[in-house]
Structure formats: structure tokens, C-alpha cells
Design a protein around this ligand. Structure first.
Ligand code: ZN
Length: 438
């Protein structure tokens, strides 16, 4: 059919000068070749100004504030539903609310039952069951089985990815990581259907309270050349999770801008025409996540207990009355290129009880040391303890809390391990000065 029409065009221009005729013939050939190629692939290029709108966590304000505004502008969107916070019926949706959004023409996506960290192996193994639980509740209120998924907490893992593929999900949205660090207000990666796995669609802009209209424009104005902007919002506003809230006034500005500038706002499932299902894109992230994970150790040949530990050290355990004891509270942190560690923010470092001693604090100090196969940075809190009576005195246990971050190819970003450490108490025998030490 296309060929017949093209032949007619050639006939009509047959009377023109020869050069022009051949130029047109070549052009027609190209048009035919392109038409044939795109028909064979069945893939379209996303029009410029295509923006995917997504809203996570089933926040009530998405029903009261977001949906009516989107409807006013004729925008489509995906709402990712989780049961996690639904007990709070004031600030979060019910299943019936999700059904109402579906009734308005919006896409309902699966955001799991528990909103757990599915980057972890154990949670990832459970994902299939969680998807079904959400699907059942949606079915109960008349919402069809979702085809889209959003990774909770933007955390990725190989087990969960396999579960998603197995369950037949067609689209899944991840966060701006690993391209952009969490919490940074910079434009995130654009979605390129030829480059990204459809189950690892990146977020191009994650709505933080610190966003301005200027930043929003920087994020969305990049939607061109077949690249799609994917926006991730939470509540508008989000009272339960203020770190991801978007004030309603700002949100109105953002949507008005999209409307004025003629952006095409769609749900995630509407990117289907741009995906070549016959040829999987060469997504390095998918490649990383298809490798089996090492779970036995936290890093290359490093045991968890070798990474961080504390010690309480005294220079002697039997002293004469009036003779001081030197106490060192040592924090041992491994020196390793893939491991960073430090105290847990706002958490307790409890110094040991030292009843029966008068305590003199000394300058803290540091040194490097080897133990086993590993090298350590040792931070030392030093005290001089003067016994105030004789008998057995006790230096109680000291407690330290912290985290270690492991660069780990199998989990995206970094793996975090929390430590709660206690040192053994120490007993000091104080003998009267007149008596020789045994
Ligand atoms: Zn979420």
C-alpha cells in the first residue's frame, strides 16, 4: 500500500529535471526503508515533552489534591499503592480510594504490601507473594491486575528483579540512584527506552520539599530526542513523611508549567510503544542484578566481626590505694578501600560506669595497628582512674553504636550494617597501701 502511493509520487515528478528526479527517488527510497524498519521493529520514538507522572505510597492527599488537578489538565499518571501505612486512614488511602483513582482513568501500580527493603535477599524472595497480596485487594475493589511496579525505597536486588520478571510485570520504576546520590537536588537520569531495562526505569526527578519551580523546569525541559522524563512524587503534601513532601502551592506551579508548555503527561504503562520487547536493551544495571549475590561475607574476605570492634584496656588490675589505673576505651575501625564506618547518627556511646574511682579525662588519641590479616585505625578515649576505696572496684561495660557501609556490586548503592557493641566489664583490686601487692 505504501509502495503504491510512493510510486505515484515518482510518476508525478517524472517530468522535472533529471537531477531533482533522482534526488526525489533517493528520498522516496529512504522513506520506504524507514517505514519498513519501524514496521519491523514495531517501536516508536517518544515524542518530545513526554513526562511520566508517578505518585508513591498511597497518600490520601493524592486523592484529595493531586487527582482533581491532573484531571483538570487532562494529565494521566500512575499511583503506586502499598498497604504499609493504610491503617492510618486519615493520612493514607484505603483500597476504595485506589479504586476511585482507577475509575478516574489513572493507572494503579503495585508498590508491595509491606514496603520493605526489597534490595535484601530475604525480602526479595518474598516479593512474589507480596505482589499477589496487593493484586488480590485491588481485585476485590474492581481494579485490574497492575502491570507497573515501583521499587520501595528505590532499593534494588537480584531476587526481587527475578520475582518481578517471573510475575510478568512490564514496567518498574527505580529511583535516581545509582546515577545521583539520594537526597541531592540535581536532575536525575532520563529514561531512554533503548538503553534501560523496562523493569529498571530511572526516576529523572524525585520530588523533594526543597524543589523550586526553577529546578522543576531544569528537570522536565530535558524531555526530547526520544528521552522521557519520569517524575516521582509522594504526598502533596505528605504529613507522615515530610522529607518527601511536596507543598500543594509548588505542585500547582509545576503542573501549570507542564500545561502551559504543552507537555504530554502520561502514566508509566503508556511508554509501551517506545519499548522494543524483542531486543532487550544492554542495561549494565540489569546485568549487575542478574549476577548471584554473595551473602556469606560482607565484603571480600572480611568477616562482619572484623570490621568494627571495641575494647576496654587497663594498664593493671591490682593497684595500691591511691595508685591510678590507666583506662583506654578503644574503637577499632578497619582500613579497607570498600568499607567506611563511623558512629550512628544521634545514637548512644555510653561510657562505662566507674563507681569508686575519681576520674581524670585525658586527651583522646589515635593510632594504627594490625590484627590478624587486617589493618585498623584505633581511636582512643583515655581516662586516669584513682581508686577512692579499697576492695574490688568495677569498671562497667562501655557501649558503642555505629554503622559500616560496604561498597557491594550486588546491591545498588551501598550495603549498610549496623553495629551495637559492648566491651567486657573489668574488675580492679585495690589493696591498702600498707600491704604489698600479691
Ligand atoms: Zn514508597
Amino acid at each position: 500500500m505504501i509502495f503504491a502511493e510512493a510510486s505515484q509520487i515518482q510518476c508525478e515528478v517524472a517530468g522535472s529535471p533529471t537531477g531533482r528526479f533522482f534526488a526525489l527517488l533517493r528520498m522516496t527510497g529512504w522513506i520506504l526503508a524507514l517505514a519498513w524498519a519501524s514496521a519491523a521493529l514495531g517501536v516508536e520514538r517518544a515524542p518530545d515533552k513526554t513526562v511520566v507522572l508517578t505518585f508513591d505510597d498511597a497518600v490520601k492527599s493524592q486523592v484529595t489534591n493531586v487527582a482533581p488537578l491532573l484531571t483538570e489538565y487532562g494529565f494521566s499518571a500512575t499511583f503506586f499503592i502499598t498497604q504499609r501505612w493504610m491503617d492510618d486512614q486519615v493520612r493514607f488511602m484505603s483500597w476504595e480510594d485506589a479504586a476511585a483513582l482507577h475509575g478516574m482513568g489513572f493507572e494503579i501500580g503495585n508498590h508491595t504490601w509491606t514496603h520493605d527493603d526489597f534490595g535484601k535477599a530475604e525480602a526479595g524472595a518474598r516479593l512474589g507473594a507480596e505482589l499477589v497480596r496487593v493484586e488480590r485487594e485491588l481485585a476485590r475493589v474492581g481494579v485490574p491486575r497492575p502491570v507497573s511496579f515501583a521499587w520501595p525505597g528505590n532499593s534494588l536486588g537480584p531476587e526481587a528483579l527475578a520475582a518481578l520478571r517471573g510475575a510478568g510485570y512490564r514496567f518498574a520504576r527505580r529511583g535516581m540512584q545509582p546515577e545521583v546520590k539520594y537526597g541531592e537536588i540535581v536532575p536525575g537520569p532520563l529514561y531512554e527506552p533503548g538503553k534501560h531495562d523496562p523493569l529498571l526505569i530511572p526516576t529523572s526527578g524525585d520530588g523533594y520539599p526543597g524543589w523550586t519551580l526553577e529546578h522543576f523546569k531544569r528537570v522536565v525541559d530535558r524531555a526530547r530526542d526520544g528521552k522521557i522524563v519520569v517524575l516521582q512524587f509522594h504526598g502533596v503534601p505528605d504529613e507522615a513523611h515530610p522529607w518527601v513532601t511536596t507543598p500543594l502551592e509548588r505542585f500547582r506551579e509545576y503542573m501549570a508549567y507542564l500545561n502551559q508548555e504543552g507537555f504530554r503527561c502520561v502514566a508509566l504503562r503508556e511508554v509501551e510503544p517506545y519499548i522494543d520487547r524483542a531486543h532487550a536493551p544492554d542495561d549494565p544495571l540489569a546485568e549487575t542484578l542478574s549476577r548471584p549475590r554473595e551473602t556469606a561475607s560482607v565484603g571480600p574476605a572480611v568477616d562482619k566481626n572484623e570490621v568494627l570492634f571495641i575494647k576496654a584496656v587497663v594498664d593493671k588490675v591490682i593497684v595500691n590505694e591511691g595508685e591510678p589505673v590507666m583506662l583506654e576505651l578503644q574503637l577499632w575501625r578497619i582500613i579497607h578501600k570498600d568499607i567506611a564506618s563511623g558512629p550512628f547518627r544521634g545514637s548512644g556511646i555510653k561510657l562505662p560506669p566507674t563507681e569508686g574511682f575519681r576520674v581524670e579525662d585525658l586527651e583522646p588519641t589515635q593510632f594504627e595497628a594490625k590484627q590478624g590479616q587486617q589493618r585498623y585505625q584505633v581511636s582512643v578515649n583515655r581516662k586516669r582512674l584513682y581508686p577512692t576505696r579499697t576492695g574490688v572496684l568495677r569498671i562497667g561495660s562501655w557501649h558503642w553504636e555505629g554503622i559500616a557501609l560496604f561498597a557491594n556490586a550486588a546491591t545498588i548503592g551501598r550495603k549498610k550494617v549496623r553495629y551495637q557493641l559492648d566491651a567486657e566489664p573489668i574488675e580492679i583490686r585495690v589493696v591498702p597501701a600498707s600491704m604489698p601487692k600479691p
